[in-house]
Design a protein around this ligand. Sequence first.
Ligand SMILES: NC(=O)c1ccc[n+]([C@@H]2O[C@H](COP(=O)([O-])OP(=O)(O)OC[C@H]3O[C@@H](n4cnc5c(N)ncnc54)[C@H](O)[C@@H]3O)[C@@H](O)[C@H]2O)c1
Length: 354
Amino acid sequence: MSKLIILGGAGFLGANCARYFKEAGHTVYVLDNLVRRGSELNLPEFKRLGVEFFHGDVRNKEDFVPLPKKIDFVLDCSAQPSAVDGYNNPTFDLTNNTYGLVNALEFARDRDAGLIFCSTNRVYSADRVNAFSVHEQDTRWAWDASKITPPRGFDPVYGYSQDFDIDGGAHSVYGLSKVCADLICQEWTRAFGVPTVVNRFGVLAGPGQFGKCAQGWVAWWVIAALFDLPLQYIGWKGKQVRDVLYADDVCRLFELEMKHIETVQGQVFNAGGGHENTLSLLEATAIVNELTGKNLSPALAPEPRTADFQIWISDFRKASQALGWKPQINPRAGYQSIIDWVRREESALRSLYL
Ligand SMILES: NC(=O)c1ccc[n+]([C@@H]2O[C@H](COP(=O)([O-])OP(=O)(O)OC[C@H]3O[C@@H](n4cnc5c(N)ncnc54)[C@H](O)[C@@H]3O)[C@@H](O)[C@H]2O)c1
C-alpha cells in the first residue's frame, strides 16, 4: 500500500480520488486551499474516512513543509480549471496552474515520490482541432471522414491522440497555463528523474462535481434541471460533441499508472471517454430530461466561446495498450450517478446554488 498526497484533493476529482484510494487501503493526505466553492463540503467526509487534511496553497512553497516526510505519489488535481474564467486573470492561471505545479514537482523530488498530473485537451489549439470538415446531423456535428486527410494524431473515428500538434492558434489562457505545466512535468522526469505521468483529459464528470456555467457542464446540466436554474447552449446549436470520462474511471487509470510507474514515467496520455462515450449538449439534455422527468429547454446563444472546440473525442488507445485501461462508465450510467448525488446532497447543494 502507498502513501499518497492529493493536491487540490477537496475538489471534484481530488475528492473522488481520496475516497477511492482510501477505500482501497492506501494512506491518503489532502492539501487544498478550498478556493473552489463547494470543496469545503468534502472536509467532514475526510474526517470520517481518516484522510488527513492540510489547508494549503500550491503557490506557496512553505505550505509543503508540514506535509509528511514519507510520500510515494503526489496526485496533482489542483487548478483553476475553467477555460472561460482563465481570461479574467491570466497571471492568476499561470501562477496557480503552472508555478504551483513547479512547487509540486520540487516537493515530489524532495520526497523521492512520483507525480501524476492532470493536464487537459486545451493544450491543443482550437484552430487545429476545429480545422476538419464536419456535417450537421439531427442532434450533433460529425466529421466528414471522406473529406479529411488525417494529420498525425487525428483519426476521424477515434479522435485526437497525444501525438496531435500542440503548436499554433488559440489555446485559451487556461490551456496555455496547462501546456506549460504539461511540458514542465515531462522535463522534470528527464532533467531530475522525477517519475511523472501526464494525463490530457477531455471532459471529466461525476458525483461531487460542483458544476457551473463556466466549468463542469455535465453536472451543471443536472443541477440546473433539479433546481430549475437557467441554462444555455453556447454556440454550434448545442450540437457540439464531447467524450465524457467519469471520476471512477480516472481513479482506475491513476491506480494503473502508479502500479506501472517504471514503464510509463515520462509519458503523456490523452484520456477520455473515447468515441463510444460521446454526447452532444442536445443529447445531454434529452438524457437528463428522461432520467429526471424535467423539461429542460436551454436557450441558444449563437456565438461559440473563444477557443472552444466543435468536436472533441479523446483517442485513448495508447493508455489502453500501455496499461490495459478502458473507461467502464457510459454517459447514461454516469448521469444517473450524478442525479443520485444531487438528490442525496440536495440541502447542501441548495445552499450553494440558490
Ligand atoms: N473537470 C474537467 O472537466 C477537467 C478536464 C480536464 C482537466 N481537468 C483538470 O483536472 C484537475 C481537477 O479538476 P477538477 O474538475 O477536480 O477541478 P476542481 O475545481 O473541482 O478542483 C480543483 C481543486 O483545487 C483546489 N485549488 C485550486 N487552486 C489551488 C491552489 N493554489 N492550492 C491548493 N489548492 C488549489 C480547489 O480548491 C479545488 O478544490 C485540474 O487540474 C483540472 O485542470 C479537469
